[in-house]
Design a protein around this ligand. Structure first.
Ligand code: SAH
Length: 352
């Protein structure tokens, strides 16, 4: 009986590895370094799901590579909204399900990626937060979401927002590694990426040290500490003043302005006095306020403010020279709020 040559499998899937790492890996398999370049372009440009698909590799070697994991997910569910937004539930290797969204406009294709399965932050208005936390996503599981949307649309992804399930700054090493991979290996500009965080003490300052060119978006959602900790439980141990100071440091270290996200909840944080208070905090701050009218979720009974109320809030900020825009969520007819699609489909699966 002839023994087949030993294959030293990479501990991690290949997706997420840099060109240099891939060259090292093919050489460890007894192949010349240029095969690493080929592997890189088939992984990131052609979007292969198995190494057997790499027809430029010698057949004999390919047959030995069948067990080497690439790290791609399966589309478990896909739904298209009236505005052409496509929402996906992706099934990971261990059976966990995450949400990813593809949002096309005339010039862009933006992907909303998840950074965790579930989320431990438990924000009161968020469907993901209501569902609890399972685990962090690995680098390849973040990169895969972008490749999946790219493949499904047959179009290059131009922008990435870390606004899906999870808190990116509770998974910082993998999020930063995924940003580098998406930038260097997939070819998406860092300035076209946004990391959204509810704020974790010390982590914004740490992110700044990586000297990335990504936009930082901070989920502020309130203009004072008591209201903020009512909406975001973890804010109890993170005073608003400390959060804002870290954001100032981020601007100073990176030279990039910060976006402040602010969910508008009718009768709660949408009054003129809140706009005035917010403007006071942000005076002279290199920042931009992104107002998000609340997307109703079944687990909470907040209301979305009227258009008039939203306009009044915008005007109050503008009068105080605060840069502001309103983000109307995409795909509203298809469980638009973060984590809602997964919650409704998992429920469906249980009840059917
Ligand atoms: N954990 C990160 C990123 C994920 S949530 C963060 O908190 O920023 C992305 C954005 O969607 C956040 O600003 C979040 O507060 C917002 N969001 C969550 N549920 C929402 C809802 N029901 N309506 C409107 N925005 C929501």
């Amino acid at each position: 009986m002839t023994q087949s040559p030993a294959i030293s499998e990479p501990a991690q899937p290949l997706l997420g590895k840099s060109l240099e790492d891939l060259k090292d890996w093919v050489q460890s398999q007894g192949q010349p370094a240029y095969r690493g370049q080929q592997l890189h372009s088939w992984l990131y440009q052609k979007g292969i799901r198995s190494l057997e698909e790499i027809t430029v590799f010698p057949k004999i070697w390919r047959q030995n590579l069948t067990a080497v994991p690439v790290g791609r997910s399966q589309i478990h569910f896909r739904t298209v909204a009236a505005d052409d937004t496509v929402k996906y539930l992706l099934r990971l290797q261990d059976g966990q399900i995450i949400e990813t969204v593809g949002m096309p406009t005339a010039k862009r294709l933006t992907v909303c990626v998840s950074s965790q399965v579930g989320c431990p932050m438990a924000c009161d208005f968020c469907a993901t937060g209501k569902g609890g936390f399972v685990r962090n996503l690995a680098v390849h599981e973040i990169v895969d979401q972008v490749l999946t949307v790219q493949e499904d649309f047959g179009q290059r992804v131009s922008n990435i927002v870390f606004m899906g399930m999870g808190e990116p700054l509770l998974n910082p090493a993998n999020v930063v590694a995924a940003i580098r991979c998406l930038n260097q290996d997939v070819g998406i500009g860092q300035r076209s990426m946004t990391v959204s965080t509810a704020g974790i003490p010390g982590r914004i300052r740490q992110l700044a040290q990586h000297q990335l060119q990504v936009t930082l978006a901070v989920s502020l959602h309130a203009s004072n500490q008591p209201q903020r900790q009512q909406l975001i439980p973890s804010a109890k141990t993170y005073p608003l003043s400390a959060l804002l100071q870290e954001c100032q440091d981020y601007v100073q270290v990176t030279g990039r302005r910060v976006t402040f996200e602010y969910i508008l909840l009718a009768g709660l944080n949408d009054q003129p006095q809140h706009a005035i208070e917010l403007a006071h905090h942000l005076r002279g701050f290199q920042s931009h306020v992104n107002l998000i009218p609340y997307n109703p979720i079944s687990e909470a009974d907040y209301q979305r403010p009227s258009r008039d109320r939203i306009r009044t809030f915008v005007e109050a900020l503008e009068e105080r020279h605060i840069a502001v825009s309103v983000r109307y969520s995409r795909g509203l007819d298809q469980d638009a709020a973060c984590g809602q699609l997964r919650a409704s489909k998992v429920e469906l699966a249980i009840s059917s």
